[in-house]
Design a protein around this ligand. Structure first.
Ligand SMILES: NC(=O)c1ccc[n+]([C@@H]2O[C@H](COP(=O)([O-])OP(=O)(O)OC[C@H]3O[C@@H](n4cnc5c(N)ncnc54)[C@H](O)[C@@H]3O)[C@@H](O)[C@H]2O)c1
Length: 251
């Protein structure tokens, strides 16, 4: 049976764990060559190792998405190595607030926007440059339910709203180049980011019941949505923020 990303390449940020690693493994299972990048280079290399050990093709590299020149070089490297860039998953993100943080804390704002906004914008710009030339490509950015509601800390919420803005702006700009740009908006997902919640049974139960399906999501469930949006089955979908949230936003 042919695999849907056979012969295609994908560039992923934040691929050292959680949703990014799940997506990297899922793309590889479907035949894609995977460039797995992360701020933590060892985690990125571990993701690549998991892929190559399973018979896929991948490499891992350190990348800080707040460094525009490094982003440009990392995206160029995919094209230099494999001759094409078909898909990109701009997924690196941080949360720097908790319930005790003051609303609008300037340090949290700067740190969060640097990764969640500057990083996503730099990545889209670098990727779309290649894709527009090839007249083909699909980009997915990780927003959040916090990007479609007022949930989360102020900086996180604002940053994830901005990701949807970048997604829709880029979707319009690059549509005539046959480049599609979409976003996923996960609900609470079991990953290292939600470790603190998962380690506290009362908090975990509280968060689970906020989702009508009665549980937190799994990283693989977000990865499946990302693959769909990057696939030919989504060929007429662009500029769309897709909730993967167990019904959270429907309440
Ligand atoms: N887990 C959730 O409940 C949830 C819900 C909604 C949205 N999200 C979003 O999903 C994305 C992935 O998060 P996750 O849950 O897998 O958590 P995670 O912490 O496992 O993954 C985030 C990854 O981003 C990397 N990263 C952080 N700063 C970076 C930088 N400057 N440059 C490059 N990489 C950097 C981290 O090293 C980490 O591997 C994030 O954008 C997050 O905001 C997560």
């Amino acid at each position: 049976m042919s695999r849907q990303f056979e012969g295609r390449t994908v560039f992923i940020t934040g691929a050292g764990g959680g949703i990014g690693r799940a997506a990297a493994l899922a793309f590889a299972q479907e035949g894609a060559k995977v460039a797995a990048t992360d701020y933590n280079g060892e985690w990125a290399e571990e993701t690549a190792r998991l892929i190559t050990e399973a018979g896929g093709e991948a490499y891992g590299a350190r990348l800080d998405v707040t460094d525009r020149a490094a982003v440009d070089a990392a995206v160029d490297a995919v094209v230099e190595r494999w001759g094409r860039l078909d898909c990109a998953f701009n997924n690196a993100g941080v949360t720097r607030e908790d319930t005790r943080s003051p609303w609008g804390d300037p340090e949290a704002y700067a740190a969060t926007f640097a990764v969640n906004c500057d990083g996503v914008m730099y990545c889209i710009a670098a990727e779309a440059r290649h894709m527009a030339k090839a007249k083909r490509g699909a980009i997915v950015n990780t927003s959040s339910i916090a990007g479609m509601s007022g949930s989360g800390g102020a900086a996180y919420c604002g940053s994830k709203h901005a990701v949807i803005g970048f997604t829709q702006s880029a979707a319009l700009r690059f549509a005539s180049d046959n480049v599609r740009v979409n976003a996923v908006c996960p609900g609470a997902i079991t990953t290292p980011m939600t470790d603190a919640v998962n380690q506290d049974p009362r908090a975990a139960a509280f968060v689970a019941q906020m989702h009508p399906l009665g549980r937190m999501g799994e990283a693989r469930e977000v990865a499946d949505a990302v693959l769909f949006l990057c696939s030919d089955k989504a060929s007429f979908i662009t500029g769309h923020p897709l909730a993967v949230d167990g019904g959270f936003l429907a309440r």
